[in-house]
Design a protein around this ligand. Structure first.
Ligand code: NAP
Length: 252
């Protein structure tokens, strides 16, 4: 039996690919042989350069996923590239921090719209295509430790990421027999824009670091291996898992 992590000939849509974990994932998928469709609201120049450096073809699609509007455009653009979408990584996500007692409806809706609503409807659009030709595919949601834990001062984020873990399991149950693997990765504490406020707070920062068995924050390059694995044929019989990549945080 041969186990393959090779993604040659596959095309991966990665949302929020311009920076942070999305960029780390796009580069890792490119290194494994995939063509990349980088989706997001900011310029993708750096990601394009890094992926092309791996010899991958990259096509960028401008899309603000705070609403469902761009989903048709994303699907049309990926069809224009002429490639079948084999892999979707729902990575784009935002966080809003405030005490729950003061949390606003806007802070709630903004987070839920990007992290959960757009993720569901983009998955639906991509899955329709994957089902059309029966060749299946891989959908990877970027969840969080807040898919397992409560956290503080991030009510909509925790609700969205806990919801995303449930959604991952539900979609896995509906689509597993149709050849689509739906799984999630739960990153621990990584050095990205998302965690800037935590790292700027010396007390919170050292509390967090002190709880990570690996003794360091994650770097975006630490996330790619899990994404390549879940995107590859090595994971063909894996459905509905939320895989922590957290330096051991949840083991503590
Ligand atoms: P980040 O650097 O802030 O990246 C977030 C990405 O999402 C950026 O590319 C951002 O684009 C994109 N995005 C946000 N709102 C968008 C919108 N309306 N439309 C399109 N794209 C949008 O943070 P990150 O840590 O890499 O976050 C990536 C994912 O990992 C998120 O889902 C986050 O919740 C999750 N996560 C991160 C950590 C961590 O420790 N860093 C831990 C657990 C989970 P812009 O650059 O244009 O804003």
């Amino acid at each position: 039996m041969s186990i393959s992590f090779d993604l040659t000939g596959k095309t991966a849509v990665v949302t929020g690919a311009n920076t942070g974990l999305g960029q780390g994932i796009a580069v890792a998928l490119a290194r494994a042989g995939a063509s990349i469709i980088a989706v997001g609201r900011s310029a993708m120049d750096e990601t394009e350069r890094l992926c092309q450096g791996m010899g991958a073809s990259v096509h960028s699609v401008q899309a603000d996923l705070s609403s469902l509007e761009p989903i048709e455009h994303i699907m049309a653009e990926s069809a224009k590239v002429g490639e079948r979408v084999d892999i979707l990584v729902n990575n784009a996500g935002i966080i809003r921090r405030a005490d729950s007692i003061e949390f606003t409806e806007k802070e709630w809706d903004d987070v839920m719209n990007v992290n959960l609503k757009s993720t569901f409807f983009l998955s639906q659009a991509v899955a329709k295509r994957m089902l059309e030709d029966g060749a299946g595919g891989k959908i990877i949601n970027i969840a969080s430790l807040l898919s397992f834990q409560g956290g503080i001062r991030i009510p909509s984020y925790t609700a969205s990421k806990s919801g995303l873990a449930g959604l991952t399991r539900l979609l896995a149950c509906e689509w597993a027999a149709k050849g689509i693997n739906v799984n999630a990765i739960a990153p621990g504490y990584f050095v990205t824009n998302n965690t800037e406020a935590l790292r700027d707070d010396p007390k919170r920062s050292s509390e967090i670091l002190g709880r990570i068995p690996a003794g360091r924050w994650g770097d975006p390059t630490d996330i790619g291996g899990a994404a390549v694995f879940l995107a590859s044929s090595a994971a063909d019989y894996i459905h509905g898992v939320v895989l922590p990549v957290d330096g051991g945080w949840l083991a503590r």
